[in-house]
Design a protein around this ligand. Structure first.
Ligand code: NI
Length: 163
């Protein structure tokens, strides 16, 4: 496994739309390695989610980890089929280091996706998981949280020194 280089604010690739992963590619070493690398990269930077485009690959593939019992979740070709309600939440993005702002996200999201074994799944997500899925699916469509923040809420936070 390897840490991949992150793409940051200003990189034009972040505005591009990602392409579906062909079902027959999911079990290939290339895709499975990409998944493992994305999880490792997300963990290294303490992120709760990462889209493939953020490591420079325009595939509809996201990983999410809320650091709870569910462990990392891999969503391939995710589609949000239903949303319910709204929540005003604090949000950041690994492509926008040290920047946080408030955004409006759905309170609940129902999404379909293919897991890393190639099985089509459905998840009903609330709160932080709903927020994370909405944020990451936006990345697949070239949409960035910075363009939907509530005006006046953007903050720059210096990273904590853990030494
Ligand atoms: Ni992001």
């Amino acid at each position: 496994m390897a840490i991949r280089n992150l793409r940051y604010e200003g990189d034009e690739i972040l505005k591009k739309k990602s392409r579906e992963v062909p079902e027959e590619d999911i079990l290939t070493e290339k895709i499975q390695t990409l998944i493992d690398d994305m999880i490792e990269t997300m963990h290294k930077y303490n992120g709760v989610g990462l889209a493939a485009v953020q490591v420079g690959i325009l595939k509809r593939l996201i990983v999410i980890d809320l650091y709870d019992d569910n462990g990392p979740i891999v969503l391939i070709n995710p589609v949000i089929i239903k949303t319910k309600g709204e929540q005003e939440v604090e949000e950041g993005c690994l492509s926008f280091p040290n920047q946080f702002a408030k955004v409006i996200r759905p309170q609940e999201v129902v999404a379909e996706y293919t897991d890393r074994e190639g099985k089509r799944m459905r998840v009903k997500a609330k709160e932080l998981l709903a927020q994370a899925i909405a944020h990451e699916v936006d990345h697949l469509n070239g949409e960035l949280f910075i363009n939907k923040i509530i005006p006046g809420t953007l903050e720059y936070v210096e990273p904590e020194n853990n030494n």
